[in-house]
Design a binder for this molecule. Structure first.
Ligand code: ADP
Length: 378
């Protein structure tokens, strides 16, 4: 069968993930059309068919999707009913709407893990802050809002009774605090034929205050047996979901070397940016291969890499200016990616830098150099 480059592929969301997906789509001559609520979104000026629309609005999503052959997402906050309707009318919606719907609610997501024997920390459901008082014996614990949280907003560690005030007065869950050694992520993929594969396990190091990934190492510095276990869990999840596309699985490696799933994202993910330079296929190439039902690519690591998020400097809001670009570009193996966001705000994700280097020590030195050199100010 010949490869049809006229396929109409729609993407809900036109942010940085869409921007990198677009770069992969260009390589195989597939035109993407995108919708985003922000007229200045990172993809707004890059494609012929960029539409401004509310991703949570039924009509906007339906109208956008109805002429597409394939519809995908780069963000989970999308109108599910419209996607289900489109699917029933023959549009291939990948990831499938029921899966996005399940993931949109952390409470339902946790129940899925329980029902499918996926290892995760135990939890109880709560409807109000007040209810937390019943669970004092569970502290320290982590309170998570069911719907609408992202990038750590919607997550509160409740160490003792004094923290109950920080909890959520909305349908939420309270889960056991996991004393973890490392936070890991695995990106797995599955195409319509049911072919599956996994990227190497990566390790994320979080900013202590802002709950955003500060830097990431690929592959993770863990034992082979731990890596195998993590990959197996991730593959198990995508197979049990029967999902088409790529799925990022965030996990904890506990002090007892157990793997516990934290959460999943059915799309390209922050933990896979470095695959552009570090692996034979990138997560973006792989997502397209999966949703177009092409053979999945080889995810093998070409060279070990690190990814540093470039965040808006604290104290600066306004038109973004990048300091230190030239110095960073002198670092061997450093590739700068700027997302094209006009406005910087404290801790806004403005770009990332991938660093490739076969030596872990040298990688770490370069991470520090990038962090202290590249600044986004206004
Ligand atoms: P978000 O969906 O906003 O990214 P997460 O559920 O991933 O939220 O939580 C954000 C961060 O909070 C995690 O990356 C981790 O560092 C910490 N965290 C979340 N759940 C737990 C837990 N059960 N135990 C310990 N730390 C946790």
């Amino acid at each position: 069968m010949s490869f049809n480059t006229d396929l109409k592929v729609g993407v809900l969301g036109g942010g940085q993930l869409g921007r990198m997906l677009l770069q992969s789509a260009i390589n195989i001559n597939i035109d993407l059309r995108m919708m985003d609520p922000d007229p200045h979104a990172p993809c707004s000026n890059l494609i012929a068919d960029f539409q401004v629309g509310d991703l949570e609005d039924y009509n906007a999503v339906y109208e956008f999707g109805k002429d597409c052959d394939i519809l995908t997402i780069e963000i989970e906050k999308v109108n599910i009913e419209a996607m289900k309707k489109l699917q029933s009318e023959g549009v291939k919606v990948f990831p499938q709407p029921e899966i996005i719907e399940m993931i949109q609610d952390k409470r339902v997501q946790k129940q899925f893990y329980l029902d499918n024997n996926i290892p995760t920390s135990s939890f109880v459901l709560t409807e109000s802050k007040e209810e937390l008082k019943k669970y004092i014996n569970k502290f320290p614990a982590v309170h998570k809002i069911g719907k609408g949280g992202y990038d750590g907003r919607g997550v509160q560690v409740i160490k003792s009774q004094d923290d109950i005030e920080k909890g959520f007065d909305a349908p939420s869950l309270l889960e056991d605090f996991v004393p973890f050694k490392k936070e890991l992520a695995v990106i797995v993929s599955r195409n319509e034929e049911g072919e599956v594969n996994s990227f190497p396990v990566v390790e994320m190091v979080f900013h202590p205050e802002h709950n955003l990934v500060e830097y990431l190492l690929s592959p993770a510095v863990i034992d082979k047996s731990e890596a195998e276990k993590a990959k197996k869990v991730a593959i198990d999840i995508i197979q049990k979901l029967g999902m088409v596309g790529i799925l990022a699985v965030e996990m904890f490696l506990t002090k007892d070397n157990e793997i516990l799933v934290n959460e999943i994202a059915p799309r390209p993910h922050n933990s896979g940016h470095q695959s552009i330079e570090g692996n034979f296929v990138s997560q973006y190439d792989q997502h397209l291969r999966a949703i177009l039902n092409l053979p999945l690519g080889d995810t093998t690591t070409k060279i070990s890499s690190a990814m540093v998020n470039v965040l808006g400097e604290d104290g600066f809001t306004g038109d973004a200016k990048y300091e230190g670009m030239e110095e960073v570009m002198k670092i061997a193996g450093a590739s700068v990616h700027l997302y094209g966001k006009k406005l910087t705000k404290p801790f806004r994700k403005m770009g990332h830098v991938t660093i490739t280097d076969p030596s872990l020590t040298s990688l770490k030195t370069k991470i520090e150099k990038v962090k202290s050199t590249l600044k986004v100010k206004a």
